[in-house]
Each structure stands twice: as structure tokens, then as C-alpha cells.
Write a protein that binds this ligand. Structure first.
Ligand code: ZN
Length: 285
């Protein structure tokens, strides 16, 4: 009994001493330790709130980035900013549960969030994104970092597939990859792996995830209504064919790549050095 109590005490103490990764779970007294351990690196996970077919949760993209960040930082420490779901999602406003802020609010909030993260001592901010409608916004936002001098560098992680990984996924998939997207086989599979309790597989065939091709334009032409023209149900592909085993492969790939990226970013001084050199030259003009 005494041994059991001792073991219990040791394990509780070990847990209490473990430095949390989430910003909202750190104590103020541990802030400097978190800054140092992360080498002044903060992850900003960006999701969205929008319909995901008839079967997957509104916060699917947020759940992905939350889980990826939590799991990656078990292997490579960085501070994780709390849930952030203020991105570009005007195209889902006809569906229930969509949280679409005005574009200027989205922009200012992202800028103010980065500034606040930096004001708290971080020098490196890493965005990981779960929503297909966000990358244009994120990349343009990062380009505009060069508009004025900053005390921090902003990075955007996106997984890169190698041929071995692509072959594994191809062998496991059951639906046509050409039509697989939002809430389709891949995305539903990773949700089945990460949060099976939130997926209602019995509803996955209640709506069509086929491309409805309602626009009569060549592929070379881009227009804002394109997504609504093709996928008004906010469903692209066949979620019913999803499996948790495929979800594990997809998830491991994202997290392995993210851990590698975090290691590189945490030791990267060159980006900040070049930013400084750039502004020193630009200011002299
Ligand atoms: Zn999604």
C-alpha cells in the first residue's frame, strides 16, 4: 500500500511538473521556461467553422489542427496558441453553423494575433492550417509581412508527399482521388482516427459529394462562386468509404512532417537575420 501511494505521488508530481504546450494551460510563472524550451516558437493552428458534408462535425478543420499541434508538440516542444477559427469562409454562408467574419476583421484579427504573440516574447510563429479555403489568405498575409519591420518571423507549414507515402495512400483508398476533397474519404478517415465519436457514418450517403459542375467555364478561369457552383452541399467525395486505418497513415504523415518542420524552424536564425538585412537596406532608400 505504501509503495502504491509512493508510485501515485511520483506520477502525479511528474504530471504536474510537465510543462504544458498550450498557451491557455501554462501558468504565468512558467512563461519564460516555455519561451526558452520552445526557442521562442509559437504554433498558430488555424481552422474554420463550416459544414462538413452530412456526417462530419462543423469544426472538422479546427479539430485537425488542434490534434496535429497537440501530437507534434509531444515530440518537439513549442507553445500552441488556443483554438483559432477566424479564416476565409464566405462560400459556406448558406449552410448552418458557418462562422464567417467580414474580410477586414479576419485580416486585422490575424495581424493583431501575431503582434500579440510576438509581444509576449515569441520570435517565430508557425501557422498550421486545416481549411482548404485559407491558403490564399495565409500566403498573401505572409507576403505582406515585408510591408514593415517585425520583431518576429512568420512561417506556414504544409505537408509534402513523397512517392512512398503517395503509393501507400493510393493502395488504401477506395474512392476516386480526383473527386476526393472536403469531408470526402481522406478527411473523414483522419476524423475517424482522431475523433471517431464526432463522425456520424450512417449519414455519409445522405447527400451527394459529387462535383455538380454548374458553371460553364474552362478550368483556366477562376471566379469566387466556383466552389458553390461545384459543391453546394459542402461535400466533395465519398466519406462513406473512409477508414480509421487510412486516417492513421494520413495523420502520421502530417505530424512527422510537422515535427521535422518545427525542428528546422526552432533552430532557424537566418529568416530573422535576412529580414533585418532587408529592412536595413529598404530603410536607407
Ligand atoms: Zn475540412
Amino acid at each position: 500500500m505504501r509503495l502504491l501511494c509512493l508510485l501515485l505521488f511520483v506520477s502525479i508530481t511528474a504530471n504536474a511538473q510537465r510543462l504544458p504546450v498550450r498557451w491557455d494551460e501554462l501558468t504565468a510563472g512558467k512563461w519564460n521556461e516555455a519561451l526558452e524550451k520552445s526557442n521562442y516558437t509559437c504554433i498558430l493552428p488555424i481552422g474554420i467553422l463550416e459544414k462538413h458534408g452530412p456526417h462530419a462535425p462543423i469544426g472538422s478543420d479546427l479539430i485537425h489542427v488542434r490534434e496535429w499541434s497537440a501530437r507534434a508538440t509531444q515530440r518537439e516542444y513549442a507553445v500552441v496558441f488556443p483554438d483559432y477559427f477566424y479564416g476565409q469562409i464566405n462560400e459556406a454562408k448558406h449552410q448552418p453553423g458557418t462562422f464567417a467574419l467580414p474580410s477586414r476583421v479576419v485580416w486585422d484579427l490575424l495581424e493583431a494575433t501575431c503582434e500579440e504573440i510576438a509581444r509576449n516574447g515569441f520570435k517565430r510563429i508557425v501557422i498550421i492550417n486545416g481549411h482548404g479555403g485559407n491558403p490564399n489568405l495565409i500566403r498573401y498575409f505572409i507576403q505582406t509581412q515585408l510591408e514593415k519591420r517585425r520583431s518576429y518571423a512568420l512561417y506556414f507549414y504544409t505537408p509534402v508527399a513523397d512517392s512512398a507515402y503517395s503509393a501507400t495512400v493510393k493502395a488504401m483508398r477506395k474512392s476516386d482521388p480526383a473527386g476526393d476533397g472536403h469531408a470526402g474519404e481522406n478527411e473523414t478517415s483522419s476524423l475517424l482516427y482522431l475523433r471517431p465519436d464526432l463522425v456520424d457514418m450512417s449519414s455519409a450517403t445522405k447527400e451527394s459529394g459529387a462535383n455538380q459542375q454548374r458553371l460553364n467555364l474552362p478550368a483556366s478561369v477562376y471566379t469566387g462562386i466556383w466552389w458553390y457552383g461545384s459543391y453546394p452541399n459542402h461535400y466533395a467525395g465519398e466519406g462513406a468509404k473512409a477508414t480509421a486505418s487510412l486516417g492513421k497513415v494520413l495523420t502520421d504523415h502530417v505530424i512527422d512532417g510537422f515535427v521535422q518542420a518545427l525542428k528546422a524552424i526552432k533552430t532557424d536564425n537566418k529568416t530573422l537575420e535576412l529580414q533585418k538585412e532587408f529592412f536595413d537596406r529598404a530603410d536607407k532608400k
